[in-house]
Write a protein that binds this ligand. Structure first.
Ligand code: PHE
Length: 346
């Protein structure tokens, strides 16, 4: 082996050893010891190797010198980098020394589902379990979908400008989610089992119990042989799953142009308290429902001799007010964080 390659190999071995020594240091003092040991001008180990350059032929010296410079530079950078690391660690240790780690962290409100969304999601989970799929329709509708296809003539009071918000060009803001029934029946063949949540709009004064925009949840089932028994059983099962096994439902005769017969549906919660005493709530009106009027099936192109169906519509906002004890509907719209953050998951 030539003298040249022996010195270069020694330099490389020294480099590896020195880099390990740098990593092993635990403080600025130790780092300085390592710097002097390897890079020191007089007693440093690299200097010691360079002093042996004299043993080599003049032609071999430049290559060894160049390698020594490379090792010095690499080592110098490693020493600086380790120095910065140790300094940062020391600073962090100082901060931790002064910090009171027993202080509780400040919690931040990062947002929550709106209470009406929470109710819609809960209702959806139940109906999904009963075999329903989700549907949606536009909030801007035509008179046809909002009224006429739903067996509601345009001289019906609901179609009056007093109640419905009309846009230009024969459009309006839907006053209920029932037009989604028609759109679903047009687009899909029975069997149909859908749930359609969405916002609806009415010319209502904004007060504790009314808002000009609110959420509705529409249900529609169409198939061969669907009867009022299916409607009652579905809604009774839904009510028990949502309000508890003791919940009772009651149908009161009513009228909607698009269902026949029609009913208002009430629920009464019957439950036991912690001492086992039975309690019951008043009857709460929660939705309108009925058998789909054959004229509506025909409007949507479904053979009413072969198919029957039922529909229902409820207000998740109203259900939320009952559930959470909200006495003023305007709380839903004011974006007051003190109200909304009560619904954040903790
Ligand atoms: N669309 C009715 C309303 O807004 C509710 C309803 C839906 C009634 C479906 C019967 C069947 O009041």
């Amino acid at each position: 082996m030539s003298g040249e390659s022996t010195l270069i190999q020694e330099l490389r071995a020294l480099e590896a050893e020195a880099l390990e020594a740098v990593e092993a240091t635990a403080g600025a003092d130790e780092l300085e010891v390592v710097r002097v040991a390897y890079l020191g001008r007089k007693d440093g180990r690299i200097s010691a190797i360079l002093r042996r350059l004299g043993e080599l032929d003049a032609s071999e010296r430049p290559a060894v010198g160049a390698e020594a410079n490379r090792v010095k530079a690499t080592l110098g950078e490693a020493l600086d980098a380790r120095g910065r690391q140790l300094e940062a660690a020391e600073e962090m240790a100082g901060i931790l020394d002064e910090a009171d780690l027993s202080l509780p962290a400040r919690s931040r409100f990062v947002g929550a589902r709106h209470p009406v969304t929470i109710v819609v999601d809960e209702l959806w989970e139940i109906f999904r379990g009963l075999g329903f799929t989700r549907a949606r329709g536009p909030e801007t509708e035509t008179e046809w979908y909002n009224f006429e296809a739903l067996n509601t003539p345009l001289d019906h009071p609901a179609a009056d400008e007093q109640d419905t918000i009309y846009l230009s060009g024969g459009h309006l803001l839907r006053s209920h989610t029932s037009p989604v029934q028609v759109r679903v029946m047009e687009g899909y063949a029975p069997p149909i089992r859908v749930l359609a949540p969405g916002m609806v709009y009415r010319r209502d004064t904004y007060d504790a119990t009314h808002a000009p925009a609110f959420a509705q949840l529409e249900g529609l089932v169409v198939d061969e042989g669907i009867t009022f028994v299916d409607l009652k059983a579905t809604l009774a099962e839904f009510a028990r799953r949502y309000w508890g096994p003791g919940t009772r439902i009651r149908f009161r005769p009513s009228f909607f142009p698009f269902t026949e017969p029609s009913a208002e549906v009430d629920v009464k919660r019957v439950y036991l308290d912690a001492e086992g005493r039975e309690h019951e709530t008043d009857w709460l009106e929660i939705m309108g429902a009925g058998m789909v009027d054959p004229a509506v099936l025909e409007s949507a192109g479904i053979d009413s001799e072969r198919y029957t169906g039922f529909a229902f519509g409820m207000g998740p906002g109203r259900i939320g007010m009952l559930k959470y004890g909200i006495s003023d509907i305007r709380a839903y719209f004011e974006n007051d964080v003190r109200f909304l953050q009560q619904f954040a998951r903790r």
